[in-house]
Design a binder for this molecule. Structure first.
Ligand code: URP
Ligand code: ZN
Ligand code: ZN
Length: 470
């Protein structure tokens, strides 16, 4: 099958021009002005943007967490992603303590077999227990299987939190194997003390989720991870950076030229701590970690993504139902499962409030949502750009179409939306993945199973189609 996308405004991290994109099979073969080619399918994109498919490097699909399991499976989660212009995601394959790493991976392959994805999917390994996983050798083998990033939680004591020994040993393995270490940076020991004290004092409302996780605990762990990565000599990626004190050590490390990157997530630009005070337990919808912060941090984050202190915007999509899952913590905020939905609306929100309101350029939006995640997580240049040889993962985006974001018409299984009622200008019209139309004008055009597992390249290496499909 060949597709010609005609007359769109083609926007990559570095280019912005009106032209055509021609794909044969799964791959882009020509890009240019007024291409003189015949195609089996022609899409008129005049007046629209043609963007590389967005890539979400941070999701938690069908993950057991907080005493329950996130409500999206790999079908519903990836359908939501596709409608939001996301064409690849990298999910956390969590190792339950005591589980060998290959078995942990098999569990996730079983999940994508049972609930098949419609977009392309990769895995990070969520390390909780090196010994139980089969030791350092087993950890070292994973990048050869296309699982090229190690995620560790410095928080959630008594659940997935690791100690510094585990973190540091993983960092040493990463240096040798070409893995990228990702950290959830919060001081879980200190937070545990503060949370227990608050609960004992009868402070049980959702707002206490934020009040018991001071920004300094995020800053301390961020700095600790940076220093340890420096000692170990591995690259480091700090996930869901939420506030100024945590931005600062990343800014300093990057200024020094260290191999440190950070992301923030859509919700930290729009949801502040006061949302947790909403009556009738509505505040529980915004219980995710790190928590929503004081509003002043939002400008800090916009500035950080604009200036490349932070290099990506993910969703941290970790969807629970409000009714039945979030309500597990009605009497005790510490029992509210931590996480919020977001896969479907990242592009809408960042386009409208980031580009539309002049905070970042279109090129920078593409870089934050697609190109940088592709480069950092071993998907580039197969994904993350529009160029001959790249997968034809493309979003035709109508910058003038208006949309009101609401849970009523979303594709995630959750029963609420963090941005409920928000009116945005700019909507996804058509999404192609590997040259096939996946979404068109509000309709899903492929069956579950269209999405493929992607074995990613090691850190700093390129993923070429020929290599990936050999
Ligand atoms: O609250 C959150 N963010 N839940 C998902 C797990 C994590 O910390 O990323
Ligand atoms: Zn986290
Ligand atoms: Zn997360």
């Amino acid at each position: 099958m060949s597709v010609l996308i005609k007359g769109g405004r083609i926007i990559t991290a570095s280019d912005d021009y009106v032209g055509d994109v021609y794909a044969e099979g799964e791959t882009i073969s020509l890009v240019g002005e007024s291409l003189d080619v015949q195609a089996e399918k022609v899409i008129d994109a005049s007046g629209k943007y043609v963007l590389p498919g967005a890539i979400d490097p941070h999701t938690h699909i069908e993950m057991f967490f907080g005493g329950t399991t996130t409500c999206d499976d790999f079908t519903s989660g990836t359908v939501a992603a596709a409608f939001g212009g996301t064409t690849s995601l990298v999910d956390f394959c969590m190792q339950a303590p005591g589980t060998p790493f290959p078995e942990a991976l098999d569990n996730y392959f079983e999940k994508i077999e049972r609930c098949k994805p419609v977009i392309d999917v990769g895995f990070h390994i969520g390390v909780t227990d090196i010994e139980g996983g089969g030791g350092l050798e087993a950890l070292a083998k994973l990048p050869d299987e296309g699982v090229t990033s190690y995620k560790l939680f410095m928080a959630y004591k008594g659940a997935v939190m690791v100690d510094d020994e585990t973190l540091f040993k993983t960092m040493e393995v990463a240096r040798e194997t070409g893995g990228l270490v990702m950290v959830h940076a919060e001081n879980g020991d200190a937070i545990d003390v503060i949370v227990k004290k608050a609960v004992a004092e009868g402070k049980t409302d959702p707002i206490w989720h934020a009040r018991t996780r001071p920004m300094e605990t995020e800053a301390e762990a961020t700095n600790r991870a940076i220093q340890l990565a420096r000692v170990a000599g591995c690259p480091l990626y700090v996930v869901h950076v939420s506030c100024q004190p945590a931005v600062e050590p990343i800014a300093l490390a990057r200024e020094k030229g260290w191999d440190v990157w950070g992301e923030t997530c859509t919700q930290y630009f729009f949801v502040d701590q006061t949302f947790l005070e909403r009556p009738d337990f509505e505040g529980a919808k915004y219980v995710y970690t790190p928590p929503p912060r004081a509003k002043a941090n939002q400008d800090v984050l916009w500035n950080a993504v604009r200036t490349d202190i932070l290099s990506a915007i993910s969703t941290d999509h970790c969807a629970f139902l409000w009714d039945g899952q979030k309500t597990l913590g009605r009497d005790d905020f510490s029992k509210i499962p931590n996480g919020g939905p977001g896969l479907e609306n990242r592009l809408h929100m960042i386009h409208h409030f980031g580009v539309g309101e002049g905070r970042i350029t279109l090129n920078r939006m593409v870089e934050l949502l697609s190109t940088n995640p592709a480069k950092l997580f071993g998907l580039y240049p197969r994904k993350g750009t529009i160029a001959p040889g790249s997968d034809a993962d493309l979003v035709i985006f109508d910058p003038a179409r208006k949309k009101t974001i609401t849970a009523a018409d979303q594709h995630s299984k959750t029963d609420y939306n963090l941005y409920e009622g928000t009116e945005v200008t700019g909507d996804v019209e058509t999404v192609l993945i590997r040259g096939t139309v996946v979404v068109d004008d509000g309709e899903l055009k492929v069956e579950p199973g269209f999405g493929e597992f992607v074995a990613r390249a090691k850190f700093g290496q390129e993923l070429r189609p020929a290599v990936a499909r050999a």
